[in-house]
Ligand binder design. Structure first.
Ligand code: PRP
Ligand code: ZN
Length: 287
């Protein structure tokens, strides 16, 4: 009997496609890029990748066509299917926002009363309107929401904003954020035990990749009398490694620092007498 494969659905083409492929390849999983294909079996890990429309992924996962999927939080919340979030993936960040024509003088949510709002996210939008006790008309359309005001279909829109260029080229400005979103790894709540084991393995690898991206590996040299102060600046995974250099009186310090504060740490290290500072990317980090 052939072994079971874990089926993972990812977006076929769109904002999340490339990063979804990269995060799986970053786990050492080798597969074709899905060009002209709906599915691709990995060569070295028992998974099958399904390339689908992102909007369909939550339903496929709930129905069991796929066991897991990578999809925007916005889609998961809008669709309301019963799927579990296993990991927040930290890419594909965007906002679902209300946007109005540039000349619209907006002062607060009270100005939304009675407006016609075009969106592909009626469920999330109606929740927002209810929370703010606003009575407005929702026009659900499936695509090209940004042109609705210019053709007279709506007064304003509620749409995804990533770089903001779609709004800008359509003469719209953001007036309210309705939801912040990022890519999620979702799964069906009940997986057969062999698939559960595979899914755990996959999560373990993805987490190692996510942690690695948040951190840098730093190496530096310093005279021994400065090592104490330098070590105090470096958290390290447990604590920094200190190794003697061939030249007496000098040591080399190795550590891991968070990407977010690495420039500040590097400046402080230099100020404390560190020399020859090297900062390297980390491929995987198992903590
Ligand atoms: C969203 C949204 C806009 C665009 C905004 O579509 O509908 O068209 O991205 O991005 P920008 O601010 O960088 O211009 P998405 O990629 O989610 O595609 P989809 O609606 O087809 O799923
Ligand atoms: Zn979509």
């Amino acid at each position: 009997m052939s072994k079971k494969r874990l089926r993972i659905a990812i977006q076929k083409s769109g904002r999340l496609s490339e990063s979804s492929v990269q995060i799986l390849r970053g786990c050492g999983i080798e597969f074709g890029n899905g060009l002209g294909k709906l599915r691709s079996s990995a060569r070295n890990f028992p998974v099958e990748i399904l390339f689908l429309r992102d909007d369909d992924i939550p339903q496929y996962v709930e129905d069991g066509v796929a066991d897991a999927g990578i999809v925007g939080e916005n889609v998961v919340l809008e669709k309301g299917f019963k799927v579990e979030t296993a990991l927040r993936l930290g890419f594909g960040r965007c906002r679902l926002s209300l946007a109005a024509p540039k000349q619209f003088a907006y002062e607060g949510t009270g100005d939304l009363e009675g407006l016609r709002i075009a969106t592909s996210y009626p469920k999330i939008l109606s929740g927002f309107l209810e929370r703010h006790s606003i009575d407005a008309e929702i026009h659900t359309i499936s695509g090209s929401v940004e042109i609705a005001p210019s053709i007279g279909l709506a007064d304003i829109v509620c749409d995804l904003v990533s770089s903001g260029s779609t709004l800008f080229t359509n003469g719209l400005k953001e007036i309210e954020t309705v939801l912040e979103s990022e890519a999620l790894l979702i799964r069906r709540s009940s997986l057969e035990s062999d698939l559960e084991v595979l899914f755990e393995k996959l999560c373990f690898r993805i987490r190692a990749g996510i942690e690695a991206e948040k951190n840098k590996y730093v190496l530096l040299n310093a005279p021994n009398d400065k090592i104490g102060r330098i070590v105090d600046l470096l958290p390290g995974m447990r604590s920094p490694s200190v190794l003697p250099l061939a030249e007496t009186g000098w040591s080399s310090v190795h550590s891991v620092i968070a990407e977010d504060d690495f420039w500040e740490v590097v400046e402080n290290l230099r100020a404390e007498g560190a020399e020859g500072i090297l900062v390297l990317s980390i491929d995987q980090m198992v903590i």
